[in-house]
Design a binder for this molecule. Structure first.
Ligand SMILES: [Zn+2]
Length: 315
């Protein structure tokens, strides 16, 4: 079929009003002006981690936007008008859930995009893919400031959970766009491989911390440490979300100091470093600032790589 005939058949009706020669020029314009992802699903994720995973699985058939980028305290985001616009235009809204990104609820209400209402196909709570740790039992007293009332919500900082999240995203993308099922499956397998191939190296480096007492400011790396059979012996916060008190710090100094070997005090970039650094100095511990999210330009495996290096001290 000649180029011009195909043009006429693709856009019915134009033949009668546009001369054949002009048609070629207009087709050229259309091809230039129409991006390859014209029909790509518009995915909006509440964090850069979920966005990175969605991009890895969706490939060229999704256009992904992260509402929040990089290591940020996702517990306390103030929604912006630009976020409303993003949610309004989303085909799929991918969120952390577990009260970590509760601020997205108001965005959903304000945006009024029926595709992403919680009971619709365009809404996906990634926490449904994982097994939550530290789920409170008995009475929960939110009045004390506990912000982990559904369990620890920092589950994306875990290579094992990332694979589960990618699988959930894959299941959802296939339902939203069945025609690209094969490509999504290839992408999913490539993402899994990018993580699993690194696991032996990560396990090796993290095993160096087996006898190292780890004190974290907040229980941020709970799942990450758990993947490697490790855990934090103490937190500087007395309760998740409640800043350290003098009484709690004094208790920790008296409790941890006698251990006497290479303790590590680890904090996210957005918490009070001075107080944590001072605590680390008092107990003669290493003081470490560690990332909590995929930064711009990183893959998920790059993020875990940098975290393993930061924790273990091994390049
Ligand atoms: Zn938290």
């Amino acid at each position: 079929m000649c180029f011009n005939k195909r043009f006429r058949s693709v856009i019915p009706g134009l033949r009668s009003v546009i001369p054949a020669k002009a048609g070629i020029h207009i087709l050229t314009l259309l091809l230039v002006a129409t991006p390859l992802h014209a029909k790509a699903l518009n995915v909006v994720a509440t964090s850069s981690d979920l966005a990175t995973i969605a991009q890895a699985v969706g490939g060229s058939h999704v256009k992904v936007h992260a509402l929040v980028r990089g290591s940020t305290d996702l517990h306390s985001i103030v929604p912006k008008p630009s976020m409303v616009v993003q949610v309004r235009n989303a085909d799929l809204l991918l969120r952390i859930g577990m009260y970590q990104d509760g601020w997205v609820n108001s965005l959903i209400q304000t945006a009024r995009n029926p595709k992403v209402f919680p009971d619709k196909m365009g809404y996906l709570d990634a926490s449904t893919a994982i097994t939550a740790l530290d789920v409170p039992t008995g009475n929960i007293d939110g009045g004390k400031g506990d912000i982990h009332i559904a369990g620890n919500p920092h589950y994306w900082i875990s290579p094992l959970n990332a694979i589960k999240i990618a699988g959930l995203v894959y299941d959802h993308l296939v339902r939203l766009d069945p025609t690209h099922h094969t490509q999504f499956l290839e992408n999913l397998n490539a993402f899994k491989a990018s993580v699993t191939i690194k696991m032996p190296e990560w396990e090796n480096k993290m095993s160096l911390l087996r006898d190292t007492p780890i004190v974290s400011y907040h229980s941020t790396w709970r799942y990450f440490l758990n993947d490697f059979g490790l855990f934090a012996v103490a937190k500087l916060e007395p309760i998740p979300g409640v800043p350290p008190t003098a009484k709690h710090i004094e208790f920790l100094q008296n409790t941890i100091k006698p251990i006497g070997h290479a303790t590590k005090v680890i904090i996210a970039p957005y918490y009070n470093r001075n107080m944590a650094a001072s605590f680390a100095a008092n107990i003669q511990a290493d003081f470490i600032v560690a990332p909590t999210s995929v930064e711009d330009g990183q893959s998920y495996a790059n993020f875990i790589d940098s975290l393993v290096t930061t924790f273990s001290g091994k390049q």
